[in-house]
Design a protein around this ligand. Sequence first.
Ligand code: XMP
Length: 326
Amino acid sequence: MDSNVRPESMVRITTPELADAFIKEQVAALQKQIGNGKVLLALSGGVDSSVTAALLIKAIGQNLTCVHVNHGLLRKGEAEQVIDVFRNQMKANLVYIDATDRFLDKLAGVSDPEQKRKIIGAEFINVFEEEAKKIDGVKFLGQGTIYPDILESHGVKAHHNVGGLPEKFGLELVEPVKLLFKDEVRVVGKALGLPDSMVFRQPFPGPGLGVRCTGAITRDRLEAVRESDAILREEFANAGLAGKVWQYFTIVPDYRSTGVKDGKRLWDWPVIIRAVNTTDAMTATVEEIPWPLLNKITKRILAEVKGVNRVLYDLSPKPCATIEWE
Ligand code: XMP
């Protein structure tokens, strides 16, 4: 039987009891596959790689090395949460690499979106490879591949967010959640004790805030994206919208407009708010944010984010607009 095909008899994991049974079964299967071998895992902090890491920690403990690469394009507090959950709480073997300068130096002056994606992807592999070389005797590569990744890749092995890692490393793949759908991964994540903010996290693109700081990325504008995104997320959480809206974030484009503050004319950036609902990301509708909430977020962004003089709400559905701006 093809191990990349979900058997029809496989029960959909919808309850904590079913999740516990899956965890027990997978831990035994992982121990059988890996034995005393060592596993390397790129841990982004997204739900799929986090659940994969938690399963592997349960199965092989310190024989797993998680590598969390901070490309400088993460949201506020993200790297800190990964370190707190995996190193402090789960006592995992976690290598944290702050590669912000490397990524931002390579991206300086690059404005083409696909070129930006290529640079981020290639640099990620370089950083990961350098770390992999420092660990002796690694035989396996853990991956948070899930079933839609396999279905979408039409028989070509899915690589999730990070293109090309397995071939490059010649390591045997370990993919404990590859037959699960996203909702099942979340149920398993909860049963493994991962925090809700990780398990129910909104989708976040591999190139991170890099595609929301449009055009050539600059550190000051990137900071404006990160800070405005943090305000938006906080206010959505306070308003009870966090788990209800599919994806919500801010964009800071690379152009300025005139403003005025304390009697002085300003030449600053706008912040654009995007909040959309979808089931498959192929089409999307715009969330109808209550006006008082939009006003509150606007006021906070204008008061707290440096270099910003306008806040806009993107009313465009997909199609014809894409969800991201780049
Ligand atoms: P678009 O902008 O194409 O986005 O409507 C659809 C979904 O895909 C996400 N997205 C990405 N995810 N790498 C990723 O891992 C990327 O380069 C990328 N670009 C877009 C986007 O956030 C949305 O959920």
